[in-house]
Design a protein around this ligand. Structure first.
Ligand code: DGL
Length: 267
């Protein structure tokens, strides 16, 4: 599982329940975060290095649990690898198209994701009558990476409220959390929007797609696999409090070793 930082751990949290028997390697490119403010060319270069590292583990699939990398690089990069690369866009777009009743879907995402226009294309390929209302939120990843954004956080609330206002005015009844960091803000978002808006968690959506693909591939861990399969966590830099913040994303403490990797060494 890959993410630019902590966000992809929301997908790991969902995978805990969906694929409890599988070994998992997580890499968060904390040294180069955020990806969302970078050009697509830079993000593609970074993602190739990230994959070069993760494939050293003989993986059967890669979950790109980063909205920004998914929208900037997939599906173009998929053809370069012998294993499937699963991004967040298709599963989130499908869930949103199925959930909306008034055909107005809001999208909260990074600058790079919004600039790609990929969500509009993907949702409209499923249902051309759905309007996607995109909102770039460059301040949210730094907030979340710093452990901010719980309910009652006044600073986070002002920022989130400002980003949500255009989507409230557009009467979106469904909201894609198009960056895997944002589920950490869902308490705040829910307080502002109320229960009438369906939230689509892109980490959860890609985890479900991974579970479905795993059963299609018929490569589930066998019944003889160890009861507590190995979990390994890698980052390209140790930000202060990483393990503490990681536990917030996972809803539990880290359950495997956390190591630093020199990602620039992979190509
Ligand atoms: N979790 C990443 C995403 O889904 C964070 C983006 C960033 O690094 O800016 O987009």
């Amino acid at each position: 599982v890959f993410d630019s930082g902590l966000g992809g751990l929301t997908a790991v949290r969902a995978l805990d329940a969906l694929l409890p028997g599988e070994e998992l390697v997580f890499f968060g490119d904390t040294a180069r975060l955020p990806y969302g403010t970078r050009s697509h060319g830079t993000i593609r270069k970074y993602l190739r290095q990230d994959i070069a590292f993760l494939r050293t583990f003989d993986i059967k699939m890669l979950v790109v649990a980063c909205g920004t990398a998914s929208t900037a690089c997939l599906p173009a990069l998929c053809a370069e690898y012998p294993f499937p690369l699963l991004g967040v866009v298709e599963p989130s777009a499908a869930a949103a198209a199925a959930a909306t009743r008034n055909k107005r879907v809001g999208l909260l995402a990074t600058l790079a994701t919004v600039a790609s226009g990929v969500y509009e294309t993907t949702v409209n390929a499923i249902d051309p009558d759905v309007t996607v209302i995109p909102q770039a939120c460059p301040l949210l990843v730094p907030l979340v990476e710093n452990g901010r954004g719980q309910k009652g956080d006044a600073v986070a609330e002002i920022i989130v409220r400002e980003y949500l206002q255009p989507l409230i005015e557009a009467e979106a009844d469904t909201l894609i959390l198009g960056c895997t960091h944002y589920p950490l803000l869902s308490g705040l978002i829910r307080d502002i929007l109320g229960d009438g808006v369906t939230l689509i968690d892109s980490g959860e959506a890609v985890a479900q797609a991974a579970a479905a693909l795993n059963s299609d591939l018929k490569t589930q861990a066998s019944e003889f696999a160890p009861k507590a399969p190995k979990r390994r966590y890698f980052v390209s830099d140790y930000p202060e409090g990483y393990a503490l913040n990681a536990a917030l994303f996972l809803g539990r403490p880290l359950d495997g070793p956390l190591q630093k990797v020199d990602i620039e060494g992979y190509a």
